[in-house]
Structure formats: C-alpha cells, structure tokens
Write a protein that binds this ligand. Structure first.
Ligand code: TLP
Length: 347
C-alpha cells in the first residue's frame, strides 16, 4: 500500500529506529518511588535544557499544561490566556473542571498578546473580583500558524508579570521550533516563564510524553497534581528512553521542517482561491484560508484523501498543514500539485 502523505500534525511522527532500540534497552524502575533511572536522566536533561531547577515527565502536553495551571492557581482565580490558545481551545475545558479557574481572553496579533493588553487585564484588588493568578503564553502558537513570540515581547510580558507578582506559564509544546526559528537556545526563551511545558512527541518524534520544568518547589508541588490526574507511571523509563533520544538527536533537524513548510506555503499561496498570511509561516505549521475555493476545509480534506494526502479540515475555511520528520520535499511538491488539481476541478 502506498504511504499517505500525512500533514495532519507533527504528532503523527513515529519513533525512530534509535528510539526503539533505546526503549528496548532502557534501564527502568518504579518511577512513583522515584526509582526509574531513565526517567531521572530525562528529567535532569530537560531541566538543564530549559535552565530550570527541576523537570518532570508527564504523559502529554495537555496533562503538563493542566498540572501547571493547578499548581499555580487556586479555585476561583482568573488566568490570562490568548483567545485562540491551545489551553483554552483544545483542552476540553480542563481549566474550569480541574483547576476551577476562569479564563480572561486576550486577542493576540498572530498569536502574540501585547504586554499592554495583558497589564490592562490584570484584576485590581477589589472585593468583587477574582484574583489574576497566572499569565499563559503559547510559543509557538498553534492556531496562529506556528508563530513565535518575539524575544522583546516575551521579556516585556515577563516584566509586567513580575511587576504584579504573577507567574507566567509557557505552553511551549513546540518550544524547540521557536528556538530554531530565533536561533537561540531553549533556555533563553524559557527564562521568561516560571513554568514551561514542552512536548517530546511532536516534531521530536518520541512516541509519548511531555516535560514540565520550573523551580524545585514548583515541580515538587506539581508531582502531586500529576499523581492526582493518573500520571504517576511505573516503569516509565521505556518512554523516557525515547525522550532522551528526542532531545539528543532530533532538535537540530527541525529547520528542515521549517524549510518544507515555507515551500509548501509558497506553493499553496500561488493557487487562486487560497490565501496565506505569509508572515505567519515561521516554523512547521501552515494555515491557509481556502474560502476562495468555495468548499469547506472538510471537503478539501476529503478530496485530498482520495489523492493519498491527509490534512485536518474543519467546517470553516481555515485548514492546517503541518510538516515533520515523515515529510520530505517531494511530499510537499506532490501536495501542492494535488491542491492545484482540486482548485482547477472546482473552477
Ligand atoms: N496539539 C495537537 C492538537 O491537540 C490540536 C496538534 O495536533 O497540534 N499545546 C499546544 C500548543 C499543542 O499544539 C498541543 C497539541 C498541546 C499543547 C497538547 O499536547 P498533547 O496532544 O500531547 O496533549
């Protein structure tokens, strides 16, 4: 069977042969007793990379974000989020259900909130108001098209947060893509957040898992919430072993994904009926507006599937393509051709 070109997400990446080998050989123990040496090693590496005192392996990005929010806040608080953030959009309303907090949404420009808007949204000390207890930023921003928060904005956001004594959490699911784009080490980005979550299982190709990093005290408290959510794993070293390979071997190649995304975006943007804000094409995500084609995202996805290409459609006119380890330049060119054919059929 011919392979599909799967552009739905970088989450579809499969573990590399080296990861499978490392998983097979992993030295393991019961991590709930703190006795899994491979998990320990991964956590130490992650702390070092993010420049934080401590780190913790979690089952998923969603679990990592939710555990951080639970650790930073108290029920009844309010947290500041970008209006299209993953935490608000795709985490099943977890902030209300699990942390018991409400969202104060700020519209971002290409996913980036203006620090002035953040400051204006922080609640005054008033009997009637909830306490603003957390600011969340997303870097790179998924729904904005993989956009990166400029360093000076990040710094200003952190200054505002510190001025008001409020912690910053970074949903850095794709922080390595941000670091690649900016040409800086991950720790230079993570220093403007009190807690950071990043995923091993997206562009870095590990099969399962994410990392939460922060101060030692924060991570100790977060361990309780991870346990509460069922994230206390036993011989998790089998998973952590792949995560170690992800950190050691898979970060340098992300630039290829970015080049492929740009090639894809340029090709798609040249097709009548499709428009892309090329300023958003910074990393490995391409969001296109297909309203000029006169079909929905789901219809386009259906037609592409017939040509052996998978994308995430949706009922609206915005569709997402994500490049990753399993996509090469030829796949990109074939995808552009396929969309061209569909556009021509529709005309
Ligand atoms: N994003 C997934 C879907 O949930 C939409 C994807 O295919 O992009 N933060 C950000 C910014 C994310 O993009 C994601 C996953 C997560 C958190 C959650 O990670 P997981 O899927 O590991 O829970």
């Amino acid at each position: 069977m011919a392979k599909y070109i799967d552009l739905r997400s970088d989450t579809v990446t499969l573990p590399t042969p080296e990861m499978r080998e490392a998983m097979y050989r992993a030295e393991v123990g019961d991590d709930v007793y703190g006795e899994d040496p491979t998990v320990r090693r991964l956590e130490e590496m992650a702390a070092e990379i993010t420049g934080k005192e401590a780190a913790m392996f979690v089952t998923s990005g969603t679990q990592g974000n939710q555990v951080c929010i639970m650790t930073h806040t108290r029920p009844g608080d309010e947290i500041i989020l970008e209006e299209k953030s993953h935490i608000f959009t795709y985490e099943v309303g977890g902030i209300g259900y699990l942390a018991g907090v409400q969202a104060r949404l700020i519209p971002g420009k290409r996913g980036v909130m203006d620090p002035t808007d953040i400051e204006a949204a922080i609640r005054e000390d008033d009997l009637h108001f909830p306490r603003t207890s957390l600011i969340c930023v997303e870097n790179t921003h998924n729904r904005a098209g993989g956009t990166v928060i400029p360093m000076d904005t990040l710094e200003k956001t952190y200054e505002v947060a510190k001025k008001h004594g409020i912690p910053v959490h970074m949903d850095g699911a794709r922080i390595f893509n941000a670091a690649t784009y900016l040409g800086v080490p991950v720790r230079d980005i993570a220093r403007y957040a009190d807690s950071v979550m990043f995923c091993l299982s997206k562009g870095l190709c590990a099969p399962v898992g994410s990392i939460v990093a922060g101060s030692r005290d924060f991570i100790n408290r977060a361990r309780k919430f991870r346990k509460m959510l069922g994230g206390g794993l036993r011989q998790a070293g089998f998973l952590a072993a792949a995560g170690i390979v992800a950190l050691e071997k898979m970060t340098e190649r992300l630039k290829e994904d970015h080049e492929n995304a740009r090639l894809l975006a340029e090709g798609l943007n040249s097709i009548p009926g499709i428009s892309i804000d090329m300023k958003t094409v910074q990393t490995n995500i391409v969001i296109c507006d297909i309203s000029g084609l006169g079909i929905s995202g789901n219809e386009l996805a259906g037609r592409l599937l017939e040509k052996g290409i998978k994308i995430n459609g949706g009922s609206g006119s915005l569709v997402r393509f994500v490049t990753h380890y399993g996509i090469d330049k030829n796949d990109v060119l074939r995808t552009v051709e396929a969309v061209k054919e569909i556009a021509a059929e529709l005309n």
